[in-house]
Design a protein around this ligand. Structure first.
Ligand code: FES
Length: 56
């Protein structure tokens, strides 16, 4: 499922990135460019980070 429509990034891509070591919203933004356009995905990104118990 797409989390960020603006950058066409899916939850599976974000899950894989977190599992491979990215652990903050800032890192996900730098890697995928998510959250910087319309910003509607920021809440979902935070939930994914929480679900994966990633640092923030
Ligand atoms: Fe992610 Fe617009 S949906 S910035």
């Amino acid at each position: 499922m797409y989390v960020c429509l603006c950058k066409a990034v899916t939850d599976s891509q974000l899950d894989a990135a977190i599992e491979s070591g990215l652990c903050s919203r800032k890192q996900l933004v730098q890697c995928f460019g998510v959250g910087g356009d319309c910003g509607k995905c920021n809440k979902d990104i935070a939930q994914i980070l929480d679900r994966k118990n990633a640092c923030r």
